[in-house]
Design a protein around this ligand. Structure first.
Ligand code: C5P
Length: 235
């Protein structure tokens, strides 16, 4: 068994397409291990909100660079779980809106935006003890992460999950609108030229279409056990 007080800290990278349940899994794992959980999509969403609000011209290099200098994104623990702050303001609710979902993949494909946000993520994980989820964590942000998971789920299940998630937040979208948004983001995220979404060669793929969250957590805890045992015998 993993002793939660043990001081071995690792990096767990979880990547995958939109609405595969990465956040739910990452949150549950982090809680179990006493690790920090970082939803990197929230960071790209917060940057996108800033770009929209300030009407940044995404074809204008100097405007982009100036904007990036003015953006401060924080992910803080609160009574409502982790919340995202943009320049000190809680934007957690706003960044989950369709207005942001519709532009985030274009904005996150801009190389300067990625460089800036990846550097912040690397700082956040420098002391390990972190579960970070996104699209390029195992390939670009932490290619040396001890555990890399590539999460998948069937398209129907992903649409259904996202639809229910939005509905529970009082956002009225049709299944068709949700499907279109997921398809568009998946395509843009996996075909962009800078750090596209792809499975790292050493990532373990888990299809969670039929798995409970406890099943998934247990699978990953087993993987960590094996990894740590192997590391100890390699020493
Ligand atoms: O995870 P979430 O669906 O909230 O991410 C929103 C968008 O942010 C993704 O569709 C993708 O365009 C971008 N993203 C990214 N790299 C990450 C995390 C998210 O490009 N590591």
């Amino acid at each position: 068994m993993i002793d939660q007080n043990e001081e071995i800290k690792i990096i767990i990278a979880i990547d995958g397409f939109s609405s595969c349940g990465k956040s739910t899994l990452a949150k549950a794992l982090a809680q179990k291990l006493g690790y920090t959980y970082i939803d990197t999509g929230a960071m790209y969403r917060a940057a996108s909100l800033y770009f929209l609000e300030q009407k940044i011209d995404t074809d204008n290099q100097s405007e982009i660079e100036k904007a990036l200098k003015e953006i401060k994104i924080e992910i803080n623990r609160s009574d409502q779980g982790m919340i995202t702050l943009l320049n000190g303001k809680n934007v957690e609710d706003e960044i989950r809106s369709m207005r942001i979902s519709n532009v985030v993949s274009e904005i996150s494909a801009i190389p300067e935006v990625r460089k800036n946000i990846v550097a912040q993520q690397q700082l956040m994980g420098a002391r390990k003890g972190i579960v970070m989820e996104g699209r390029d964590i195992g390939t670009v942000v932490f290619p040396e992460a001890e555990i890399k998971i590539f999460l998948t789920a069937s398209p129907q299940i992903r649409v259904q999950r996202r639809y229910l998630e939005l509905k529970n937040k009082g956002k009225n979208m049709t299944l068709q609108q949700v499907r279109k948004n997921l398809e568009k983001r998946d395509l843009l995220d996996s075909t962009r030229s800078h750090s596209p979404l792809r499975k790292a060669e050493d990532a373990i793929e888990i299809d969670n279409s039929q798995l409970s969250i406890d099943d998934q957590v247990d699978m990953i805890l087993d993987l960590i056990q094996v990894k740590l045992l192997k590391t100890n015998t390699d020493l």
